[in-house]
Write a protein that binds this ligand. Structure first.
Ligand SMILES: [Zn+2]
Length: 267
C-alpha cells in the first residue's frame, strides 16, 4: 500500500516524470531464439510463483520509455549469447564467450528480476548502485568492484531439455537468496545448463564487499554444495571463459528435486 504514495522512478535515468513502458524480464529476442513461437517452458523459480509459465513472456513496467529503447540494442547480441549456451546439453569442457554487450545484458536481466523481487525478510525492495544502472544505460563496462559474477555448469543431457515435456527442467530459472551475516544478495539466473550468479551488497552497502562475497561463497559451498567459480570477463573484445565448476549428475538430482518442490502447486 505504501508504494502507491512513492513516486515511481526509472532506475536507469533516475527520472520520475517520464512515461514507463513494458520491459521484458528476459528479452523477447532471446525467448524467440530459444523457443521460436509460441514461446514455451520459459521460466521457473520463486519470481514466477514457483512454477513454469507456458506461452507467457513476463514483463515489468519499471523502466522508462526512453531508457527502454536505449537498452534494446543489447537484445540482438543477447540472442546470440543465449543461443550459444543453449546449443549444448551441458557445458562440460566448453567455455562461455563474453563481451561488453553480453555482460551488460546479463546484468540487466538480473536487475530486472531483482527489480520485481522483494526481500522475503523485510518485504522491502532492493536498492542497487546508481552507477551500475548508468553504466548499462551508457553501454559502458560496469565497474567490477560493484558486483561479483560466478558461473557454474550442470551435468545434464538431451533428456533434460525436451521443450515439449513440462516435466523437464525449465530452460530459464530464477531465484535470489539473501545471506544475512554477509549482507550479500545472491541473484541466480540459470540459462539452460549454466547458472549465472551475481553477487550484490544488500541495500548498496559496499564496506568490505570482496571479503563478504568470499565468505558468502564459502557458505554456499559448505551449506548447500553450490560452488560457483568467480570470473571477471575482460570486455574489450570477446573473452572465452571456461566453465570449470560443474555440478555432477548425482548432485543435480538433489538440486532439481529442490527446484521441483519450489514450483509445485500450492508452494
Ligand atoms: Zn529512464
Amino acid at each position: 500500500m505504501l508504494e502507491l504514495n512513492t513516486k515511481k522512478r526509472c532506475p536507469y535515468c533516475g527520472e520520475t516524470k517520464v512515461k514507463f513502458s513494458k520491459e521484458h524480464i528476459i528479452s523477447a529476442s532471446v525467448l524467440r531464439r530459444v523457443f521460436g513461437t509460441p514461446v514455451k517452458n520459459i521460466v521457473g523459480g520463486e519470481l514466477f510463483g514457483g512454477r513454469n509459465l507456458i506461452d507467457n513472456e513476463p514483463t515489468s513496467k519499471h523502466v522508462c520509455k526512453d531508457c527502454n529503447s536505449s537498452l534494446s540494442p543489447y537484445d540482438t547480441e543477447a540472442a546470440i549469447f543465449v543461443g550459444e549456451i543453449c546449443a549444448h546439453h551441458n557445458l562440460i569442457g566448453r567455455s562461455v564467450s563474453f563481451n561488453l554487450n553480453r555482460m551488460n545484458w546479463l546484468m540487466k536481466t538480473h536487475l530486472n528480476c531483482l527489480q520485481i523481487t522483494k526481500s522475503i525478510r523485510t518485504g522491502d525492495r532492493y536498492h542497487f548502485s546508481e552507477e551500475i544502472y548508468r553504466s548499462i544505460l551508457n553501454r559502458e563496462r560496469v565497474n567490477s568492484d560493484l558486483y561479483a559474477l560466478g558461473l557454474e555448469g550442470l551435468e545434464t543431457d538431451a533428456r533434460n531439455w525436451n521443450i515439449d515435456d513440462m516435466k523437464n527442467v525449465s530452460f530459464f530459472h530464477y531465484r535470489s537468496v539473501e545471506f544475512i551475516d554477509q549482507n550479500v544478495l545472491v541473484s541466480d539466473f540459470r540459462i539452460k545448463s549454466l547458472h549465472t550468479f551475481i553477487f550484490l551488497p544488500i541495500n548498496n552497502e559496499y564496506l568490505f564487499f570482496k571479503e563478504r562475497v568470499a565468505s558468502t561463497l564459502k557458505e554456499m559451498r559448505n551449506e548447500v554444495g553450490i560452488k560457483p567459480e568467480l570470473v571477471t570477463p575482460a570486455l574489450q573484445e570477446s573473452h572465452h571463459i571456461p566453465v570449470t565448476s560443474i555440478v555432477s549428475r548425482n548432485d543435480l538430482v538433489r538440486l532439481f528435486e529442490l527446484e521441483d518442490r519450489m514450483r509445485a502447486p500450492g508452494h
